[in-house]
Structures are given as structure tokens and as C-alpha cells.
Design a protein around this ligand. Structure first.
Ligand code: ADP
Ligand code: MG
Length: 618
């Protein structure tokens, strides 16, 4: 049931607070909601203006930030103070972006190390999180203005390939803008949701989401099973998009009217003017056959045919990425059941046609391609708000998560493909008497030995009170929240001491790496089983040696000389076996030692019982 509130100022009834969906794009950003009456997602816009807010931040002389259409007008005239494409810097170090440094016309601080980048404007330094927060603040205040109600909760989308640092950065930007970010959703997942894909029960579908924006191209192959979206593969080009189309037109015109690069460099206004006319031409040609305009006395024109020839190489490039993505997913083009078009640049008919013929089917373009991601985010927001109870969107963990146990073995707590959010706990104990600390090392991967997996984190549970080995009960629990962030907690249940750590399971792992790790686990499965058996035998052998030694120290009086000799010999033999890679030998030696010690273990037991009886009155 939806909560109803009363607005004290107006006396009107108010629905419980709305959760908005936000597409925080490289080129454009926007906000969408589910319309309270029609229940359909709509992009928010003021009157007849566009719903799109250019993701550009301009700082004036007083270092006030302005965002959007107005900021965009400073791109060419005041490049040092006008930040575009901040999204490309999210969660990145200077080393990460070094090869593309020339792309940024503002000052990205070159500290040449692995700490997160900063942008310098005047005397101020801004992190990409700060910059994104300016955009989000603008979106928030627009939404509040349009909806006439405070907006504090949002779902924000990110590219499917964003790693955890980048997702966390996006979340932080939201927080900084005064938004409680309830969920970070993959852009292709959101686009699919906007088309209602994954909302039908029991539907099992493989889809492709082709997203050509202003400066980036992404292709994602998703598998949807019972409302669970699994990213099978992603591919793309982070420096390919509609901006390239604009530049191609500018070049064409310069050639036509005999203008040199130096002319453009001499006048920022001129190059800005040309760029804007080119974008206008491109959009016009999406629905008309010719474009012409008067520009400083020159007549600039271009036909649709010419434009299509100019952009053919870019289209070809995107198709290659699609082929690679299919290959990575182990699929053929004909395995794809639905193709969804996303991003303003897919409005170009030549792009649509090329994608349609590659996948050999009509593509979905009914929803505005530059709004579809935000609309899907709104659908997700609505589900989170509990207005759409039938659907609970779930993601899954791509690789197993576990901890290291004796002998370097991987003990899996959360198997791969588990639905998240999820929580699992398991009990462990100490190996040594009086052991006061326990090292918890968290790993991700499918192999039996942790050394073959990826280490995510390690911490120490210290301060366990002195107890005999095996007595402490240490519960290790793994909790993965809806954003895929893992919280590992270790708690000694007898004393209550507790330690926890937050880890980022997917940090830096690309889909290709995930796939490689999975593949390796399959090819090594046989070796792994053998190694695991060996390690387990060794661990058992070590424990038995330890216990026997302790027993002899404590109960030496109960053992005859011959028994002592035989035991020592068997122990030595086992010790030697432990140094060899022979599981069967170790097991035989364990058995032999057990044979010898069994009778006097029983004797000791009887003695202990006798002692106990002596002291008590029954
Ligand atoms: P992003 O996801 O990168 O933020 P968008 O999806 O908003 O970007 O796409 C922006 C790009 O789409 C720009 O290059 C813009 O020129 C282009 N675009 C918008 N409308 C059209 C159109 N009608 N025809 C061709 N390109 C268009
Ligand atoms: Mg986009």
C-alpha cells in the first residue's frame, strides 16, 4: 500500500516520496519518473524544452558552476573552464587516461600515479565525483521544480562495464548532490526494462543492446531469465560516437569551402559555429535528404548520401564490436531474440539499417533512444518503491566468493550465479590451542586452491580469548547488497568479538577476465580435485601429528615403552609422507598411526572417566 502524506503548506494530499530514475550520460543526462496516473515512464522536461541536459559544467570567474545547455555554449570559447565528459574520468587514475589525455581540453592533473584524477579549474581542484555531483544537483533541482516536491531518492545508471570503483564513485556523486542512491543499474538493463523486457514472468530471452551516444559506443549481450539480467558480454569503443559524425561533416565542409585547419584554430567562434551547424545537419539528415545553411556568407550543404558515406567507417567499427561481443558470449547473430537501440546517434537511419541487417531482424527503436535508459531507470525506481511488487530485479554474482582454509584451499560461501542480495554464514574454528587470532582472506574465483583465484581482501580477527583448539566458534558471514558490494564479517560466537570489512568483488575485473577465470576452472577441474584431496589429506595428517604429540605429553604415563617407540616411528613415517605429493601414502600412514594409538587413547578415556567419577557423588 502506498503511503499518503499531507502537505502542511498546501493542505493537499501527497503520495509518498517519488524515486526518480537518472541517466548520468557522457554527453547528456536526464531524469525520468513513472507518471503517477498513467503508470508509464516519462522523461521530465520543462514546457517545450528538451528533456536532455548536456553533461557539461562551466565555471565562471567566481567559480560558480553552471550546468547544461548554457554551459555547453562555452565549450569552444572557454575550454579551460568548461568540463565535458567527466564520466570518462570516474574512478580513473591519470595513468588510466594517459593515452587519451589530449582529448581533454581542460586541465587534468598529471600526477602520473595511480591515485584518482583531479581536474583543475582556476585555483580549484575538482574530482570527477564533484563534477558529476554538479550535474546531478542540476537534475535534482530541475526535477523538484517540475514535480514541485523534494526529490531525494534516485536510481542512477552506469555502463555495464563500469567496475566497482566507478560504481562507487557514481554513488558518491549522488550522495554529494543530496541524493540517496537506492540502486546503481546497468544502462543496457535499464534500456531493456524500458521496453518491458524482463518484466514478463518466466521469459527467457537473449538480447543485444546497441548504444551509440555522443562519444562512446557500447554493445551488451544480456540474458534475461525470470527477471534476472545477466551480462553475457560487453564490447565497444570508448572514443566513438555522434561527435565523430559531426567532425566528419565539419571536415567535409572545410574541404568544400576551401578552409584550412589553421583557420579553425585561429577562431574558436568559427570552429564552434561549424561544429554546431554540423550537428544540426546530422540531425536534419536523420529525417530529410538534404541540409543547407548560410554560414558567414558561405553556403554549407550536404546530402544524406554523402553523410552516409562519411560515417560508413564508424558504423563498420561498431559492427565489428558487435561481432566480437557475440563471439565472447558464444552466440551467433541469429541467437539474439531482440535488439534494442539506445543513444541519440541510433536515430541515424544508416546506423539502424546496418544493425538490423547484422542481426537479421528489425530493431527496437520505438522508445526515444536518448531517453530510454532514464525511462528504464524510472521503471526500476518504481519497482524499488514497491509499486510494482510482482517484480524483484535481481542481479547475480559472476564468480564464486569464499575464504581461504587450511592448506590454501578455497572454501566457497557464495557460489557463482547466486542471486544478489544474498547472505551466507559458516562456522570455523581454530587449529591451535590458545590461538588468539584468525586470518580471514577473501577470494573470488572457481579454482580449488586460493592461489589460483583472485584475492579481494584480508583481515584479522584478533582478541579471541585463549581456548583449546577447535573450541572457538568463528562465524564468517558474507553479505552482498543489491549493488554487488560484499561485506565480510567474522565473529567469535563465544566471546562476541567481531571484525568486518567491505570488499568490492568485481573491482577491476572485466567480463573477459571473468570468462577466463571460469574457463580455467573448467580446464583445471581434474587437477584441482586431485590437489584438493592431497591438501585435505595433508591437513588431516598435520592435525593428527599435533594431537598425538599433545596426548603423549599429557598422558605419557599410560603408554608403555614399546608403544611409545612404535608411535614415534609411525609419526616419523607420516611426517615424511607429508613432504611427498602422494595422497594415498599420507592416508596409509595416518591409518597406521591411528592403529597404534587407538588402544591407549581408549585407556586414557577410561582413566579420565574414572577421575571424573571419583570426584563426584552420584
Ligand atoms: P550519451 O549517452 O553519450 O550521453 P546521447 O545518447 O544523449 O549521449 O547521444 C548524444 C548524441 O546523439 C550526440 O552526438 C547527438 O548529436 C546525437 N543525436 C541526437 N539526436 C540525433 C538525431 N536526430 N540524429 C542523429 N544524431 C543525433
Ligand atoms: Mg547514454
Amino acid at each position: 500500500m502506498a503511503k499518503i502524506g499531507i502537505n502542511i503548506a498546501t493542505g493537499s494530499l501527497q503520495q509518498s516520496e517519488m524515486i526518480v530514475g537518472i541517466d548520468l550520460g557522457t554527453t547528456n543526462s536526464l531524469v525520468a519518473i513513472i507518471h503517477p496516473e498513467s503508470k508509464k515512464p516519462i522523461a521530465l522536461k520543462e514546457h517545450d524544452s528538451s528533456s536532455l541536459v548536456p553533461s557539461v559544467v562551466h565555471f565562471d570567474a567566481l567559480e560558480n558552476a553552471i550546468v547544461g545547455e548554457l554551459a555547453k555554449t562555452f565549450l569552444e570559447t572557454d575550454p579551460a573552464n568548461t568540463i565535458f565528459s567527466a564520466k570518462r574520468l570516474m574512478g580513473k587514475s591519470y595513468n588510466d587516461i594517459k593515452q587519451n589525455a589530449s582529448f581533454f581540453t581542460y586541465k587534468v592533473i598529471d600526477n602520473n600515479d595511480d591515485s584518482l584524477v583531479k581536474v583543475q579549474v582556476g585555483q580549484q581542484f575538482y574530482s570527477p565525483i564533484d563534477l558529476s555531483s554538479f550535474i546531478l544537483k542540476e537534475l535534482k533541482s530541475r526535477a523538484e521544480h517540475i514535480l514541485k516536491t523534494p526529490v531525494t531518492k534516485a536510481v542512477i545508471t552506469v555502463p555495464a562495464y563500469f567496475n566497482d570503483a566507478q560504481r562507487q564513485a557514481t554513488r558518491d556523486a549522488g550522495k554529494l548532490a543530496g541524493l540517496d542512491v537506492l540502486r546503481i543499474v546497468n544502462e543496457p538493463t535499464a534500456a531493456a526494462l524500458a521496453y518491458g523486457l524482463g518484466l514478463e514472468k518466466d521469459a527467457d530471452k537473449t538480447i543485444a543492446v546497441y548504444d551509440l551516444g555522443g562519444g562512446t559506443f557500447d554493445i551488451s549481450i544480456l540474458k534475461i531469465t525470470n527477471g534476472i539480467f545477466e551480462v553475457l558480454s560487453t564490447n565497444g569503443d570508448t572514443y566513438l560516437g555522434g561527435d565523430d559524425f559531426d567532425r566528419a561533416i565539419v571536415k567535409y565542409w572545410m574541404n568544400e569551402i576551401g578552409m584550412a585547419d589553421t583557420d579553425l584554430q585561429a577562431s574558436k567562434e568559427l570552429s564552434q559555429g561549424l561544429r554546431l551547424r554540423a550537428e544540426e545537419a546530422k540531425k536534419h539528415l536523420s529525417i530529410h535528404d538534404v541540409f543547407s545553411v548560410d554560414f558567414n556568407g558561405d553556403k554549407l550543404s550536404i546530402t544524406k548520401n554523402t553523410f552516409e558515406e562519411l560515417i560508413q567507417p564508424f558504423i563498420e567499427k561498431t559492427l565489428k564490436c558487435c561481432v566480437n561481443a557475440l563471439q565472447d558470449a558464444g552466440l551467433k547473430a541469429t541467437d539474439i531474440e531482440t535488439v534494442v537501440m539506445v543513444g541519440g546517434s541510433t536515430r541515424v537511419p544508416a546506423v539502424k539499417n546496418a544493425v538490423s541487417s547484422l542481426f537479421n531482424q528489425p530493431v527496437h527503436d520505438e522508445v526515444n533512444p536518448d531517453e530510454v535508459v532514464a525511462l528504464g531507470a524510472a521503471v526500476q525506481a518504481d519497482i524499488l518503491a514497491g509499486n510494482n511488487k510482482e517484480f524483484l530485479l535481481l542481479d547475480i554474482t559472476p564468480l564464486s566468493l569464499g575464504i581461504e582454509t587450511m592448506g590454501g584451499l578455497m572454501d566457497v560461501l557464495i557460489p557463482r550465479n547466486s542471486k544478489i542480495p544474498t547472505k551466507v554464514g559458516r562456522q570455523y574454528t581454530t587449529q591451535k590451542d590458545g590461538q588468539s587470532g584468525m586470518r580471514i582472506a577473501v577470494y573470488q574465483g572457481e579454482r580449488d586452491l586460493v592461489k589460483d583465484n583472485r584475492k579481494l581482501a584480508e583481515f584479522n580477527l584478533s582478541g579471541i580469548p585463549g581456548m583449546p583448539a577447535g573450541l572457538p566458534k568463528v562465524e564468517v558471514s558474507f553479505l552482498i547488497n543489491a549493488d554487488g558490494i560484499l561485506m565480510v564479517t567474522a565473529k567469535e560466537l563465544r566471546s562476541g568479538i567481531e571484525q568486518s570489512i567491505e570488499v568490492k568483488p568485481q573491482y577491476g575485473l572485466t567480463d573477459a577476465e571473468v570468462e577466463r577465470m571460469l574457463l580455467e576452472s573448467i580446464t583445471h577441474a581434474k587437477d584441482d580435485i586431485a590437489i584438493r584431496a592431497l591438501v585435505e589429506a595433508r591437513t588431516e595428517g598435520e592435525q593428527i601429528l599435533d594431537v598425538t604429540e599433545k596426548f603423549l605429553v599429557k598422558n605419557g604415563s599410560l603408554v608403555t615403552k614399546e608403544e611409545m617407540m612404535a608411535t614415534a616411528q609411525a609419526m616419523q613415517a607420516l611426517q615424511l609422507a607429508l613432504t611427498m605429493d602422494n595422497k594415498n601414502l599420507i592416508q596409509t600412514k595416518i591409518e597406521e598411526l591411528n592403529e597404534i594409538t587407538r588402544p591407549f587413547a581408549e585407556r586414557a578415556m577410561d582413566a579420565a572417566v574414572g577421575e571424573a567419577l571419583k570426584g563426584k557423588n552420584i
